[in-house]
Write a protein of this length. Structure first.
Length: 136
């Protein structure tokens, strides 16, 4: 790879990283604001704020994937919207979309495995992290 090609690659990579970072900022701030608004309106120990954000993220990523079947969008915008905005908003939307795509492409066994492993390992990792945190 020539120096010029390498510089162009790095600049393109930086453009992608900045797009994802900007989207993550927007998504993270939006998650905090929406979750806080929902929790403020609801006086329950049930995490309605997180549930609302997760379901909104799933709806938005579903709309995005539906649009992609008929519309086109640049790779930069895809990464900005999915990895950046929706990833910053909630990673649950990515989990939901990946599971949906496995089922959509008739890989139900893989989808079930993915859901099961994600939930079980996620709970186990949280518990192990909790125990490690108590040691500090």
């Amino acid at each position: 790879m020539s120096i010029l090609n390498y510089i162009c690659f790095c600049m393109y990579s930086m453009k992608i990283l900045f797009a994802i970072g900007a989207g993550s900022f927007i998504g993270g701030v939006s998650r905090y604001l929406l979750s806080s608004l929902i929790e403020h309106k609801n006086f329950s120990s049930f995490p309605f704020g997180t549930l609302g954000v997760n379901m909104m993220g799933c709806l938005l990523i579903g709309i995005f994937y539906g649009y992609l079947e008929y519309g086109s969008i640049s790779d930069e915008w895809k990464l900005f919207l999915t990895t950046g905005v929706l990833g910053g908003f909630t990673t649950f939307s990515a989990f939901s979309a990946e599971t949906f795509l496995l089922v959509h492409y008739k890989q139900q066994g893989m989808a079930l495995l993915y859901v099961s492993v994600t939930i079980l390992l996620g709970l186990l990792a949280t518990y192990v992290g909790y125990l490690l945190g108590k040691l500090v």
